[in-house]
Write a protein that binds this ligand. Sequence first.
Ligand SMILES: [Zn+2]
Length: 449
Amino acid sequence: MVFITFHGGVREIGGNRILIEDSDAKLWLDFGRSFSAERRFYTGWLQPRSHSQLPDLLEFDLIPRLRGLYAQRHLEGSPIPHEEPQYDAVFISHAHADHVDYVRFLDPSIPIYCGSGTKLFLEASEEIGHIAYGKHSYKTFRTGDRIRIGDVEVEPIHVDHSIPAAYGFIIHTSSGSIVYTGDLRRHGPKGEMTEEFLEAAAKTEPEALIIEGTKIHEETKRISEEEVYIGVLGVLEKAEGKAVFYTQNRRDTDRFKTFYKAAKTSGRRLVITTWTAHLLSKLVEDEHLDLPDPMKDENIAIYFRRKKSGRYREKDYYQWERPYLERMVTAEEIRRRPGEYLVCLELHHFPELIDIRPQGGHYIYSMSEHMEEEVLEEGVMRNWLSHFSLRLHQLHASGHMSREELLKAVETINPEKVYPIHTEHPKLFMKLLREWKVETPTRGRSYGL
Ligand SMILES: [Zn+2]
């Protein structure tokens, strides 16, 4: 008998943690962080204690209470004793926090399978000190691989999403196949990858489809990455000599390419953060991603904020930032020639505007709608923009399928049963897919195939 248990992603966007069991084989699909669940107990400065993160999450059932899963060092002070691992593998669909973050608590002897691009993302995050995933045995895969775990075979297939190296999985079990979409879209620059996944999934005549439903409740028309590009270009044309700033999701390299291309076309240099420079320097290793090298590309400059000494001294910066100093651009330079740059400005770096002192110009908010790593109240943002006479533009293409596309994906795959996850509105799938067996999962409950 094969069982699917949903330990997260239930009536919430994110926190995907799905357990598949087939006789002796036990494997997880994603092991992410539940932002919305966490927000019930932790908010702003009120966070799990750094020495007791796992026990502080277990206290409120914000992470599965299971034995033989977590690392000994994280279990100290928790009600769960450490036991030999009882799980064979964790398969990560992509490197968004709501799919991968809680991997850091797992026992290091449980192997983590992910795309090679995903591994580069995790390494970059660790190197800049954002998050410590800890030591794990990582095994990377590519589309077309088949990974055997006991009686189960897992087939990863690339999909298009707002981060590179995103995959869906076909899990071949002893009772037929289970399809897991991860997060995906059809309207991005690599929409054909999603098509390939859907077709391959359909061919296996699956028993179960575990599908994301982030956008199932929205009827509004979505815009494509190409339309974002045209919008950005329009803003740059209007800007003539004035400053243009933008904020985007750090891990969305498609959006990076959009701004890069628009800057190049309009004869401006793209100014990126040291973190983006570091991420790109790693991702250029993966030639499939086709990204520019921030150390070599003349269209890219790297913004350095004044720190400690206030004088751009090498020792003011982290070790990982120092190699990029040779491509440095400063607030003073942008103030002198605002029309020569298109500047990435992260929300928590808004005080840089005090040094750059733009004399009017434009600001493009180009962020995804969920799982933001940083949240700035809209009122606060508007106050800053109006203080510096910057005009606000909102341009964003979602990383997720629209309602119509989701329904069409179910039709294409034609599964025996549909399990909607990664949505706050799973019941809508029932309403919209009357001819299909839709099961809205309950957290912690096992469903037999
Ligand atoms: Zn995602």
